[in-house]
Design a protein around this ligand. Structure first.
Ligand code: NAD
Length: 352
């Protein structure tokens, strides 16, 4: 017997194509009637269209959501919320826009409806990271968990191929670590394997045909399951390394996850036999780490951290920071091994 604890997070999920059509009903179901629509600047046209369709249910728009949820932007959005007399937010976008909605909810408890347009998965978590004067702080609180998530496959068709691949690998990384994190449990392992299988199978089809509705649907379905894994499960070495690299060297989020995952997995493989069995089933390969590397490369993702601008001279500092406040990991952290991972990830080598 293997004892476990499972904590599910409450969220209402609507999945399909054209599901944006239920947005008005979902706003009313939350007993709200004045939505502030949130987007990044490039996604403002999508926000405008939805605002128009919502008619009197839309109180206004705020289209300046930015990466890493800067507090200064949140303060501007709070003013827009109050000025518009809003009573809920509709976040249309990826982790940056969803992060802004969460930051508003953290401050005033507003209900959130989210239409995710990437595979990053913030919509299913109670995690919020915010930046102020270059410092990022992260907290976990149910106050920021979105009430309603409307997955509309049509909103993902415009996600560029390169971003689809790196965002998809970012999602896969959440599920991979849920399989062997301290909080691993049979329910999340089922979701993780199914999520990885769906996304892993979809990414090459998206690369070949970015508008393929079935491939996009499989990817978004997989992304949802991977997001649940992030929201209810735990993380380990891979996420630790990505947090170190992203936070200390300002490397981009999804690309860093894509590069590091094969190496972190190859390091942990000898210590996680059950997870490897699940990953072999999900990828149809005896070498899941190598397959993740290949799929990312075939999709045009950068191979190494050096391609993201990290100087070779920073490898030692990255190793040193990785040992500060280490996360749980199924294989003990050995300095030589961690150095090997970071060097291989930096150089863009295939994991061995
Ligand atoms: P993003 O939200 O920053 O989006 C990147 C760019 O792509 C933006 O310009 C956006 O407008 C554009 N874009 C998004 N969807 C598009 C689409 N369908 N078509 C065309 N353009 C589109 O990227 P992301 O990777 O989704 O989010 C990254 C951020 O989310 C990071 O700050 C990360 O820390 C955070 N995040 C948080 C959690 C959490 O649980 N709190 C989870 C995952 C990621």
């Amino acid at each position: 017997m293997r004892p476990f604890t499972y904590t599910g997070l409450p969220a209402r999920v609507i999945f399909g194509s054209g599901t944006v059509s239920v947005l008005a009903e979902e706003i009313k179901a939350l007993k709200a009637s004045r939505a502030l629509v949130l987007t990044t600047p490039p996604q403002a046209p999508q926000g405008e269209q939805i605002t128009e369709e919502l008619g009197s249910l839309a109180a206004g728009m705020f289209t300046r959501a930015a990466m890493h949820t800067p507090v200064a932007v949140t303060e501007e959005a709070m003013k827009a919320y109050d000025k518009a007399g809003a009573d809920c937010v509709v976040s249309i976008g990826g982790g940056s826009t969803i992060g802004l909605g969460k930051a508003i909810a953290l401050r005033n408890g507003t209900p959130q409806i989210v239409l995710p347009t990437t595979y990053a998965g913030s919509e299913m978590t109670s995690i919020i990271g915010q930046t102020e004067q270059g410092e990022k702080t992260t907290q976990k609180t149910l106050k920021v968990l979105p009430e309603t998530v409307i997955y509309d496959v049509n909103f993902t068709l415009s996600l560029p191929v390169g971003m689809s691949v790196t965002s998809g690998m970012n999602a896969i990384a959440h599920a991979v670590e849920a399989l062997y994190a301290e909080q691993a449990n049979p329910v999340l392992s089922l979701m993780a394997e199914e999520g990885i299988s769906a996304l892993f199978g979809a990414l090459p089809r998206i690369v070949a045909s970015p508008q393929d509705p079935d491939a996009r649907s499989d990817a978004l379905y997989g992304a949802w399951l991977c997001a649940v894994c992030l929201g209810s499960g735990g993380v380990a070495l891979h996420h630790k390394l990505c947090h170190v690299l992203g936070g200390s060297f300002d490397l981009p989020h999804a690309e860093t996850h894509t590069i590091v995952l094969p190496h972190a997995l190859a390091y942990n493989a000898p210590a996680i036999p059950d997870a490897m069995t699940a990953l072999k089933r999900a990828t149809g390969s005896d070498d899941p780490a190598g397959k993740f590397f290949d799929i990312a490369r075939q999709g045009g993702a950068p191979a190494g951290l050096r391609d993201l601008g990290m100087p070779e001279s920073e490898i030692d500092r990255a190793v040193e920071i990785a040992f500060r406040n280490p996360y749980f990991n199924p294989r003990p952290l050995e300095e030589a091994g961690i150095r090997r991972i970071i060097r291989a990830a930096w150089a863009g080598d295939r994991p061995s």
